[in-house]
Design a protein around this ligand. Structure first.
Ligand code: NAD
Length: 500
């Protein structure tokens, strides 16, 4: 690694810090070129102690700052993100490998989270119950929980951090962000812009590293709440360790999302939607459709269109190349892991009908779109989250069989049906075993105003990320009963309602 390679900075209180208590570093690649563009310090518990102490110190004053003033910082932040939109999108492309269009869509979704945070003042209002008992009024209102933590994955370097800290902070909490060590640059830029927007020192802090830092955050006495997004095994660990140490935890995990195609579906529209769902962001989305379930006669015409369409996608490096329609995956190791499923597919009885290994990759971590037909539910292709541009196709005879596959799936993020039959759509919506449902929509990922309602092993916790549930997660309710004694009043008189 060259000594000139920049190192990801930490933000502790009012200061940007190089290195902190790092015990080493990990590389940040540009997946379009294979070059190392930065290094991320492998932080330690001392960084966590410093960041949490800064957040704890800043919290009382920030919580006392009127909520409209806190929201005003978000209005300024929203303007800064809009002004730096292109720069932020280019940064996502550079460190993650998304196409420029995909990166813009990501930044747009993140921006909307900030817009949602601007409306937090309305969402903090409570309930009031005048005269709930004789001379007694009841009310509830929402208070911040304290120091909150966000631990984020590599696949949305900009959007997922923005799922968390804008809401937490506007609710009156202070925050420590621990982004993925693979993509720290977007997180740093987002924090820089938030500081520029006028956030007081210590309200946002940033640390880097892997398991050691995450575990130190989860066990820290002064951390109140933890938001996590990543793979299922780590999500489960985060949930268990965090709750065992008294934190509230929301932990979103991995997925296996099913796309059901009925025989009456529009073949052209649904195959385009399927290709976009499975191969968009090179399949590295937790809401990517990774299994197509073709019902009855839907299979052959769908596959023909899909292979034709996906086979024409322009797979190319994305950095400085806006013509690319599908970019690389995050690393050489990940490309090998995804390709490994193709190597074993035929051995287990499936059929590779489009092979992404044929692409000319150069130094980029490119893998073209792959489609594997005749997949069954006993194969790793169906059982495991692959998280790359590989679509498995399962053939069934009825919607009932498709619903049964959903029931057998341990994950439960998203599922979509393609049909022109309202009854089938309704059956699917009511009975498919997943928390986010699409009807003729390839990626049923909610926007900021709706909760990201993963089920089963795709989510651990109670209150989901985004929407009003997000606000509930970052606040706790206080209930007050009030009685004023008549004798304490200066003007002794009959109750007002008795006077004429
Ligand atoms: P990951 O689980 O490897 O890493 C996520 C975070 O956890 C990172 O910050 C990482 O540093 C940390 N981490 C990794 N291993 C750890 C360990 N053993 N102990 C403690 N912390 C650890 O996930 P990833 O590869 O960065 O992201 C891809 C995964 O995220 C996929 O499984 C995808 O489905 C999932 N994801 C889920 C959602 C959702 O909303 N459900 C959204 C985006 C991504």
């Amino acid at each position: 690694m060259s000594t000139e390679t920049p190192t990801a900075k930490l933000r502790i209180g009012s200061k940007w810090i190089d290195g902190g208590g790092a015990t080493g570093s990990t590389p940040v690649f540009n997946p379009s070129t294979g070059e190392i563009i930065a290094k991320t310090p492998v932080g330690s518990a001392s960084d966590v102690d410093a960041a949490v102490a800064a957040a704890l110190d800043a919290q009382p004053e920030w919580a006392e700052t009127p909520v409209v003033e806190r929201a005003r910082v978000m209005f300024a932040y929203r303007e800064l993100i809009a002004r730096h939109f292109e720069e932020l999108a280019r940064l996502v492309t550079r460190e993650h490998g998304k196409t420029y269009g995909e990166a813009r869509a990501e930044v747009q979704r993140g921006l909307e989270m900030v817009e949602f945070a601007c409306s937090v003042p309305v969402m903090l209002s409570g309930d009031t119950f005048p005269q709930i008992a004789e001379s007694v009024d009841g009310e509830t209102n929402r208070h911040p929980v304290g120091v909150c933590v966000g631990i984020t994955p590599y696949n949305f370097p900009n959007m997922v951090p923005l799922w968390m800290f804008p809401i937490a902070i506007t609710c009156g909490n202070t925050f420590v962000l621990k982004p993925s060590e693979k993509v720290p640059l977007s997180a740093i830029r987002l924090v820089e812009l938030l500081v520029e927007a006028g956030l007081p020192d210590g309200v946002i802090n940033l640390v880097h590293g892997g398991k050691e830092v995450v575990d130190a955050l989860l066990q820290h006495r002064d951390v109140a709440a933890v938001s996590f997004v990543g793979s299922t095994s780590v999500a489960k660990h985060v949930y268990q360790l965090g709750t065992a140490h008294g934190k509230r935890v929301q932990a979103a995990g991995g997925a296996k999302n099913h796309l059901i195609i009925m025989p009456d579906a529009d073949v052209d529209q649904s195959s385009k939607a399927l290709a976009a769902s499975a191969f968009g962001c090179a399949g590295q989305r937790c809401m990517a459709g990774s299994v197509a379930i073709a019902v009855g006669s839907a299979g052959d015409p769908l596959l023909e269109q899909l292979v034709g369409f996906a086979g024409k996608l322009k797979v190319a490096p994305t950095d400085n190349n806006d013509a690319s329609e599908m970019g690389p995956v995050i690393s050489g190791d990940h490309r090998s892991r995804v390709a490994g499923y193709l190597e074993t597919a035929e051995r287990v009885g499936a059929k590779v009908v489009l092979d992404g290994r044929d692409v000319d990759a150069g130094d980029a971590f490119l893998l073209g779109p792959s489609i594997v037909d005749q997949v069954t539910t006993d194969m790793p292709l169906w059982k495991e989250e692959i998280f790359g541009p590989l679509l498995s196709v399962v053939r069934v005879d009825s919607l009932q069989e498709a619903l049964a596959i959903g029931r057998a799936c341990p994950f439960g993020n998203g599922a979509s049906i393609f049909t022109s039959d309202g009854y089938a759509a309704r059956e699917f919506k009511r009975h498919f075993n997943a928390g986010m449902i699409g009807i003729n929509v390839g990626v049923p990922a909610p926007m900021a105003w709706l909760p990201f309602t993963g089920w089963n092993q795709s989510f651990f916790g109670d209150l989901h990320i985004q929407g009003t549930e997000g606000v509930q997660f970052y606040t706790r309710q206080k209930m007050t009963l009030t009685r004023w004694f008549e004798s304490a009043s200066e003007s002794h008189h009959d109750p007002v309602w008795k006077s004429k």
